[in-house]
Each structure stands twice: as C-alpha cells, then as structure tokens.
Design a protein around this ligand. Structure first.
Ligand code: SF4
Ligand code: SF4
Length: 202
C-alpha cells in the first residue's frame, strides 16, 4: 500500500453505506415531514473534524473527478478556510467558515461528500462503545419542528459508524494500529492531498 485512493471493492462498500444512510435519512425526514426547502441557512459553514482515512480517500476520489484546475481553486479556498478557523479559535469562538467545496450553494463533489454532511439535519441517536447513549437533536429548523418530542423518529448512528469502522479496518488492516489517528477539517484533508502510507513500514 503506497498511498492514496481506495481499492475498487472498498470504494464500492463506502458507496453502498452512503446509499443506506440516504435511505435512513429519507425515512426519518419523511416521517417528520422535514425538508431543507426554503431554509435561510446553509449548514455547509458548520465546523466539523473528520476521523477516518476511508472518508478522506473517498473524498479525494471525488476531487480528482473535478480536474486539476477546479482542485487548485478549491485548495485556495481551503487555505482561506484554515486562516478563518485559526482566527476564530484564537478568540475562543467556534469556527464558522463556508466549506471550500461549496460553490454557489452547491457541493462540488456531492456524491463524495463526507459522512457528517449526510447525517446533518434530522435527529439521531448513538450508543457509544462504553454503552452511553448520545442524542443529536438535528439542525435548528428540525428542532423547531420536533419541539420537545425527544422520542420521535431518529437515525441510528451506531450501525453507521460500526460499518464505517469495519470498512476502515478491512482497508488498512494491521496498519490501522500504527497510523496516526485522523482528526482533520475538510480543508486539512484537501490541502494534505490523498492519504499517504509510504512512510509506514507495516
Ligand atoms: S462537503 Fe459538500 S455537503 Fe459537506 S460541507 Fe462541504 S460543500 Fe457542504
Ligand atoms: S439541514 Fe437544516 S439548517 Fe441545514 S439546510 Fe437543511 S434545514 Fe437548513
């Protein structure tokens, strides 16, 4: 394993999990009668860190489809994004900067967007490995719709994350035990290029 993009069979598994996520999202949003239509907000300026080599490499599959010229524009926006994040962090604020992949309100590598982009919006729950349950109330608009009803329809993130970890383990094998943990913003994933493993001797 030298670097970079995912083996075809791993890439296909990622795509299949993303289809499952879309189905789960559609089920919950339709049960709640919730859509993004007419929303005054664009949640692509929400700040998240991402934690798998798989998502990072899959995102790069999408970036490479956009061509070198567009990637250069995206890299320039990613640099500006990182400066904005540092400025916000320096004054103790949560960063809020438009994702460098968003152009005129649209996600450029839409089919390759990240996991959290696909989960954001509707309520969700997750059971952590230590058994503790975590609840996610959904975006502000969904919270207005759901109100106090915390027992209503929600996505189960536990199964999704388990599937992602299984894919990550299948792809990286024993390397996973020695590679540094991923904790990157989307801009950092862009500016780092696809994941490189040539330095890893396992
Ligand atoms: S990857 Fe796409 S969907 Fe996700 S925040 Fe960026 S522009 Fe929005
Ligand atoms: S997920 Fe919520 S905040 Fe984001 S665009 Fe949709 S309705 Fe608006």
């Amino acid at each position: 394993m030298g670097s970079a993009l995912l083996p075809v069979e791993i890439s296909a598994k990622v795509a299949a999990v993303y289809v499952e996520i879309q189905d789960m999202y559609d089920e919950v949003s339709s049960a709640l009668d919730f859509t993004c239509e007419g929303c005054p907000d664009n949640c692509c300026d929400s700040y998240f860190l991402h934690h798998t080599y798989t998502e990072w490499a899959y995102l790069w599959e999408g970036l490479e489809l956009l061509g070198a010229e567009k990637v250069a524009e995206i890299e320039a926006r990613a640099t500006a994004y990182i400066i904005a994040v540092k400025k916000a962090e320096a004054i103790g604020e949560r960063p809020q900067a438009m994702c460098p992949l968003n152009e005129d309100g649209l996600c450029l590598p839409y089919q390759h967007r990240l996991l959290i982009c696909r989960l954001h919006g509707v309520p969700a729950a997750m059971t952590r490995p230590d058994g503790q349950r975590m609840d996610f109330p959904g975006c502000f608009r969904c919270q207005e719709l759901v109100g106090e009803n915390i027992e209503g329809p929600r996505m189960d993130r536990t199964k999704i994350f388990q599937k992602f970890i299984a894919i990550e383990m299948e792809w990286l094998g024993v390397k996973r035990q020695v590679l540094p943990k991923v904790k990157k913003s989307i801009a950092e994933m862009i500016l780092s290029g696809p994941p490189q493993f040539s330095y890893c001797k396992i």
